[in-house]
Write a protein that binds this ligand. Structure first.
Ligand code: NAP
Length: 280
């Protein structure tokens, strides 16, 4: 099966490409910076030019592909994904697997929901993945204050989140790309437990051997805290807006889709923290 991965440099795309290669499949990665991708993947992947901001790059990237994995991790995705889906149809692509997000994938007017609706209208096989919050956020996006101050500031009170390890998203994506039976499905991807951030910090502390403290904050204090630490106003507000959904309790719900599709228990946060102990 010829597979194109869009977003191969990201949280999900990286383990997805790795797992495809472990299966003996040589994927194609559609990227803006070919040299960066070649440095990352060596000669084991095909590299093609792909930029959401440059729809003229779509046809060549899609030529000969049978299945496509994509995210919409760029600004204003609706026009470019509309063109991507049309180009995929013209290129004869059989299957599109879109990784959306559980937080806003079902919220009308939000970009991920708009893209989901486009995918649902695509004239071919499609699957939508709705992952919960990534465990990897605590080493990437939210990891700065954990490493620098042994503190995790968030406007999340004691709300719980059913996190997911991006490697489980990748493993589910592979099934959807390679196997029959996933057309028209929307999968919610979480671990099999929901944790609050005090529990998260306690697991990080146990794994790393340094005491990491969760500092729950009201929105305004949170914005101030993060801007004092170099975040832009836009980044702090964006994050605070997303945590409104966590506070609502929406992220607490556990799905058994990962276990059902993979036939194994999803990865849990404690194991993730142990594996990444030296990154906290
Ligand atoms: N973080 C979470 O907890 C969470 C949870 C659920 C859903 N999500 C959703 O997951 C998606 C992000 O996925 P991710 O975390 O795997 O991605 P990511 O780590 O944010 O990386 C984004 C990827 O998209 C590529 N990209 C950016 N702009 C592009 C463009 N104009 N054309 C082509 N490629 C472009 C980047 O390429 P370069 O490597 O070249 O920069 C990179 O590979 C978002 O839609 C987010 O809302 C996130």
């Amino acid at each position: 099966m010829k597979i194109l991965v869009i977003g191969s440099g990201g949280n999900i795309g990286t383990p997805l490409v790795q797992a495809l290669m472990e299966k003996g499949i040589e994927p194609t990665v559609g990227v803006r910076d070919a040299q960066k991708a070649k440095d990352k993947w060596g000669s084991q992947v095909q590299v093609v030019s792909f930029d959401y901001e440059r729809p003229s790059s779509f046809a060549n990237a899609l030529a000969g592909q049978e299945a496509v994995f994509f995210i919409a991790g760029h600004s204003n995705p609706v026009p470019s994904v509309t063109q991507l889906l049309a180009a995929a149809k013209s290129a004869g692509v059989k299957r599109m697997v879109f990784s959306s997000g559980r937080t806003t994938g079902d919220v009308p007017g939000k970009p991920l929901n708009d893209v989901e609706n486009l995918v649902k209208g695509w004239d071919g096989e499609w699957t939508i993945l709705r992952p919960g919050w990534f465990m990897q956020n605590f080493v990437n996006w939210l990891g700065g204050t954990i490493r620098a101050e042994s503190k995790l500031f968030l406007p999340a009170a004691a709300a719980k989140t059913a996190f997911v390890d991006v490697r489980d998203i990748a493993d589910v994506a592979i099934k959807c790309l390679l196997e029959e039976g996933h057309h028209g499905q929307l999968y919610n991807l979480t671990s099999d437990e929901a944790l609050n951030h005090e529990e998260v910090c306690s697991m990080i502390s146990e794994a790393s051997g340094k005491k990491v403290v969760y500092v729950p904050q009201e929105r305004e204090t949170y914005l101030q805290t993060m801007m004092e630490r170099g975040w832009t106003n836009a980044a702090a507000n964006y994050t605070a807006d997303l945590y409104k959904y966590v506070l609502s309790g929406k992220e607490e719900e556990i799905s058994d889709d990962v276990a059902r599709i993979l036939g194994k228990t999803p990865r849990r946060f404690q194991a993730f923290a142990k594996e990444h102990a030296n990154r906290f």
